[in-house]
Design a protein around this ligand. Structure first.
Ligand code: ADP
Length: 395
C-alpha cells in the first residue's frame, strides 16, 4: 500500500501540453478515478505514475520515494489496461504466474499467489482454461489476477472495462469495488465514463485539457462542482445552464427572472455576468412543488419532446415559444430550453403549457467568464439562507 503524489507534473509532446502542472495527492488505500473527456491527459498522467513516460517537469512520489526516474518495475505498481494482452497459447495459471516466474519465486509461492488471486477474482476452477475458451469479462479478470499476484503497492487501471458490453461493465464495477475492499490497496483508475467514476471512487479527479479541475468525493463533485466544466461533465443528463445578469433583486435571464438577494450570496455582485446551473431533477412542476423548501418564482414553459426512461421521464421544456427548437451542442448556448426530470407517473404530455419552479437550494451560480462556481444554493426571497460559498479548490 502506498500514497501517490504528483508535484507540479507537466508533460509536453512538442507543442501539445498533455498534462499541465498537475498537483495531486492520493492517500494510501484510496480508490481514485481520473475522469475527463478523451484527450484530456488521463492516460498520460497514469503513464507518468507507472513510469512508462517521464514528465517534462515535476516529481512523482510513491510512498515517500521520488520515483520520477525509476523504471516501471522498480515502482511497486501493477497495471491493467483496456486491451488485455493474454498469451493465447498459455492457460490461465501460466498467464497469471508469468511475471512471477520471471522474478524467480519458487513453485509453492507461485501456486499460493495464483490460487489466492484466482479466488479474489472468482476464477477458481478455471486455471487450466485457455484464453479463447473464456468470455471478455473472464479474460479481464485474468488480467486483474495477473496484477494481484505481483502484490503491488498501487494498482493502475486504464479503462480496463472499456471493451466489455454494458451489462458486464456494470457487473465488473461492483467486482472492482469488492476487490478494493479486500485488498485495501491504492487504486488509480482512468475512465472517460463519469458514471463509472461516480459509482466506484472514494474521490474523483476531474481533468480537462491537461489541468486538474477538482478532486473530491463523487457527491461533492456532483453537489458542489468547482466550475462549469465539472458541473457539465459530472451527472447524466447534464446540468442545465442559463446565462444571466445579476440585478438588484436577483438574476435576470433572457426568459425569466430569478428572485434572490444578491447581497446575501457570497461572491455575487450586481452587474455580474453569471451562469445559472440547475440539474434536471431540480426543475419541478409548480403544481408538485409543495414540499420544496425554496422554490423559485414560477416560470411559464411549453413541453417539447418527452423521453420516458421507465424510472423517470425526461421532459424538454421550451422557455421561449418564438425561439427555434433545437438542442444546441453547447448547452451554454441554449438559453431557451431546459431539461426536467419527473417521476414516471406524472400526468404530462407534449405541447402542454405549464409552470415550473427551480429548487433554490440546488441552484448553482458560476462566473460566466472564468467558469468558477460562485455559490451553491441561493437564498429564498426572505434571504434566510445565503447559500454555501464554494470551498477553495485544492492546489
Ligand atoms: P486521455 O487519456 O485523456 O484520452 P491522453 O493522455 O492519451 O488523453 O492524451 C493527452 C494529449 O496528449 C492528447 O492531445 C494526445 O494527443 C497527446 N498525446 C498523448 N500521447 C502522445 C504521444 N506519445 N505523442 C504525442 N502526443 C501525445
Amino acid at each position: 500500500m502506498a500514497r501517490v503524489r504528483l508535484e507540479h507534473v507537466t508533460k509536453r509532446y512538442d507543442d501539445v501540453v498533455a498534462v499541465d502542472d498537475m498537483n495531486v495527492e492520493i492517500e494510501d488505500g484510496e480508490f481514485v478515478c481520473l475522469v475527463g473527456p478523451s484527450g484530456c491527459g488521463k492516460s498520460t498522467t497514469m503513464e507518468t505514475i507507472a513510469g512508462l513516460t517521464r514528465p517534462s517537469e515535476g516529481t512523482v512520489y510513491i510512498g515517500d520515494t521520488d520515483v520520477t526516474n525509476l523504471a516501471p518495475k522498480d515502482r511497486g505498481v501493477a497495471m491493467v489496461f483496456q486491451n488485455i494482452a493474454l498469451f493465447p497459447h498459455m492457460d490461465v495459471f501460466d498467464n497469471v504466474s508469468f511475471g512471477l516466474r520471471l522474478r524467480t519465486f519458487d513453485d509453492d509461492e507461485v501456486e499460493r499467489r495464483v490460487e489466492q488471486a484466482a479466488d479474489i477474482v472468482q476464477l477458481e476452477g478455471m486455471l487450466d482454461r485457455m484464453p479463447d475458451e473464456m468470455s471478455g469479462g473472464q479474460r479481464q479478470r485474468v488480467a486483474i489476477a495477473r496484477a494481484i499476484v505481483r502484490n503491488p503497492d498501487v494498482f493502475l487501471m486504464d479503462e480496463p472495462l472499456a471493451n466489455l458490453d454494458a451489462k458486464l461493465r456494470v457487473h465488473m464495477r461492483t467486482e472492482l469495488q469488492r476487490l478494493h475492499r479486500e485488498l485495501e490497496t491504492t487504486i488509480i483508475y482512468v475512465t472517460h465514463d463519469q458514471a463509472e467514476a461516480m459509482t466506484m471512487s472514494d474521490r474523483i479527479a476531474v481533468i480537462n485539457a491537461g489541468e486538474l479541475q477538482q478532486i473530491d468525493p463523487p457527491l461533492v463533485c456532483y453537489n458542489e462542482p468547482a466550475n462549469l466544466f465539472v458541473a457539465g461533465f459530472i451527472g447524466s443528463p447534464s446540468m442545465n445552464f442559463v446565462r444571466g445578469e445579476v440585478v438588484a433583486d436577483g438574476l435576470e435571464t433572457k426568459n425569466f427572472t430569478l428572485e434572490f438577494d444578491p447581497a446575501g450570496a457570497t461572491g455575487v455582485g450586481v452587474g455580474d455576468d453569471v451562469t445559472l446551473g440547475v440539474r434536471p431533477e431540480d426543475v419541478h412542476l409548480s403544481r408538485d412543488a409543495d414540499d420544496l423548501s425554496r422554490p423559485t418564482k414560477g416560470v411559464e414553459v411549453t413541453t417539447d419532446v418527452l423521453e420516458p426512461m421507465g424510472d423517470e421521464i425526461f421532459v424538454y421544456l421550451v422557455l421561449d415559444e418564438g425561439a427555434e427548437r433545437t438542442m444546441e451542442e453547447d448547452p451554454l448556448d441554449s438559453p431557451d430550453q431546459l431539461l426536467m426530470s419527473v417521476s414516471p407517473d406524472t400526468d404530462i404530455s407534449e405541447d402542454e403549457t405549464l409552470e415550473v419552479v427551480l429548487d433554490g437550494s440546488k441552484i448553482h451560480l458560476f462566473d460566466t467568464a472564468s467558469g468558477e462556481a460562485l455559490v451553491h444554493g441561493i437564498a429564498d426571497r426572505s434571504g434566510s439562507d445565503p447559500g454555501t460559498a464554494p470551498t477553495e479548490a485544492e492546489d
